[in-house]
Ligand binder design. Structure first.
Ligand code: SOE
Length: 390
C-alpha cells in the first residue's frame, strides 16, 4: 500500500487534532511540522512526537517526503502558505475560514482547481454520522420541502476580557471574528444538510467586550492561560451576531453566534423544518438526531449501525450506545480527504461529504455579505459569489 507523507504548518490548538486524526488512518506518516521560528517548531515537534521541524514553511513544502500540506496557520497566512503548497503540486487541507476576504478565497479556489490536486477545508462537523443521516433524509425527500432552517453556534471561551487571540486582530484574523470562526461552520452545515444555498442575509453584529487585555503571545482557542503584564487592546470585530437568511428555494432561516456566552461550550445546533417532518442535531449531544412529527410522537434516533441509513453507516464506527465524538467526526473528514488523495484528488472522485476550497470560498462570501449588511445598517444584502470558471 502506498503511504502518504503529511506536513503541518502552524501548530496551534487544532494542529494536534489534525495529527491525531491522520495517525489513526494507518497509512499516513506525519513527516514534519513548521512553526513561526525554529525554536517554536522544535518545541511543537517534540510535543507531537514528530521527527522533523522547520522554522520556515517553504522548507517544509519543499520536503520530497511530504505529499499533503495541512495549513493550520492564523487566517492571514492561509493565502501565502496554500499558494506556495499548490505551486509545488502538493495536496492542501486548510483550516476554516479559508481566507480573510472573498478575493483571497477565490484566488485559492481557482489555484487549487488549476493545480489539479485535492483541496479540503475543515468543515469537520460534516463528518458526524447523524449529520449525514439528516442530509440523506432531506435529499431523499423524507422531510418534504424545507421552509425553515435555523439554529445557533454559541461558545464562552472569550467571555473573559483577558482572552485575546489573533482572531480579534483584523490584520491576522480578518474583519470578522465569531462569524468567520464559528458562523462559517454553522452556515456550511446548514447548506450541506439542507442542500440549499443562502442567497441573501440581514445581519446584526455586536462587540460585547470592546476592550481586551493581551498577554503578548496570541492565546490558543479555549486557552485560559495568560501573563500578568497585560496590554489593553480595542477590539472592533464581533463576538456576538444574529442573522436572518433567505435560501434559494424560498425557505427562510436564522442563526446566532456568540463566543462570550457563559455556559455554552461548543453549542452548535441546527434544525431544519420540512413540510413532512423536522430534524434537529445538537453537536453537544451528537449521538442523537431529533425527528419531529405533527401527527405522531416525535422520535430520537440513536447513532446505532443497525438503525442509521447507508449515508450515515459509512461514518459510524462503534455499536449503539458507544459514544462517538468531535475527534471521531474530525477523523472521518480526514479519512475521506486521504481517500480522495489516494484516488488522485480529481473532482470526479471526491466523496460527496468532503468540503473543498469551493465550499471554503463560498463560506467567506457568506460572511462578507453579513459584514456588508451590518455596515449598511442591517439591511438585506445579496451573497456575491463567483462560480468556478466564470
Ligand atoms: C474556536 O472557536 C474553535 O476551535 C473553532 O476555531 C473551531 O473551528 C470549532 O470547531 C471549535 O471552536
Amino acid at each position: 500500500m502506498k503511504r502518504l507523507g503529511m506536513g503541518l504548518v502552524g501548530p496551534g490548538f487544532v494542529a494536534r487534532h489534525h495529527i491525531d486524526a491522520v495517525r489513526r488512518l494507518g497509512d499516513v506518516d506525519v513527516v514534519a511540522v513548521a512553526g513561526s521560528s525554529q525554536a517554536s517548531a522544535d518545541k511543537k515537534a517534540r510535543e507531537y512526537k514528530v521527527d522533523r521541524a522547520y522554522g520556515d514553511y517553504h522548507d517544509l513544502i519543499a520536503d520530497p517526503a511530504i505529499h499533503v500540506i495541512h495549513n493550520t496557520t492564523p487566517n492571514y497566512l492561509h493565502l501565502p502558505v496554500t499558494l506556495a503548497a499548490l505551486a509545488a503540486g502538493k495536496h492542501v487541507i486548510s483550516d476554516k475560514p479559508l481566507a480573510i476576504n472573498p478575493a483571497e478565497g477565490r484566488e485559492m479556489r481557482d489555484a487549487a482547481i488549476a493545480a489539479g490536486v485535492a483541496h479540503v477545508v475543515t468543515f469537520n462537523y460534516r463528518g458526524n454520522p447523524l449529520v449525514q443521516q439528516a442530509r440523506g433524509m432531506v435529499a431523499k425527500g423524507e422531510s418534504g420541502d424545507l421552509s425553515f432552517v435555523h439554529g445557533h453556534y454559541l461558545q464562552d471561551w472569550m467571555a473573559d476580557a483577558n482572552v485575546y487571540s489573533w482572531r480579534s486582530d483584523p490584520a491576522k484574523g480578518g474583519a470578522t471574528s465569531a462569524l468567520g470562526d464559528i458562523g462559517s461552520h454553522w452556515c456550511d452545515l446548514a447548506e450541506h444538510v439542507s442542500g440549499l444555498k443562502i442567497v441573501s442575509v440581514l445581519a446584526d453584529l455586536t462587540t460585547v467586550i470592546p476592550v481586551r487585555y493581551s498577554a503578548g503571545a496570541s492565546a490558543e482557542a479555549f486557552s485560559t492561560k495568560g501573563g500578568a503584564d497585560r496590554q489593553a487592546v480595542n477590539v472592533q470585530s464581533e463576538d456576538l451576531a444574529s442573522v436572518l437568511l433567505r435560501f434559494d428555494n424560498g425557505a427562510k432561516g436564522s442563526f446566532s453566534v456568540g463566543q462570550v456566552l457563559p455556559g455554552h461550550k461548543n453549542d452548535l445546533v441546527l434544525e431544519v423544518n420540512g413540510r413532512k417532518l423536522s430534524l434537529k442535531w445538537k453537536q453537544e449531544q451528537q449521538n442523537e438526531l431529533w425527528i419531529g412529527h405533527y401527527n405522531r410522537a416525535n422520535a430520537l434516533l440513536a447513532k446505532d449501525p443497525s438503525l442509521v441509513s447507508e449515508e450515515a453507516l459509512r461514518y459510524t464506527h462503534l455499536p449503539g450506545g458507544h459514544q462517538e465524538s468531535w475527534a471521531d467526526a474530525f477523523c472521518n473528514l480526514m479519512r475521506d480527504a486521504y481517500g480522495w488523495i489516494h484516488a488522485g484528488g480529481k473532482a470526479e472522485t471526491k466523496p460527496s461529504m468532503l468540503p473543498t476550497f469551493e465550499d471554503g470560498y463560498r463560506s467567506v462570501c457568506l460572511v462578507d455579505a453579513m459584514l456588508r449588511s451590518h455596515r449598511a445598517g442591517s439591511v438585506w444584502e445579496p451573497v456575491q459569489y463567483t462560480a468556478a470558471g466564470a
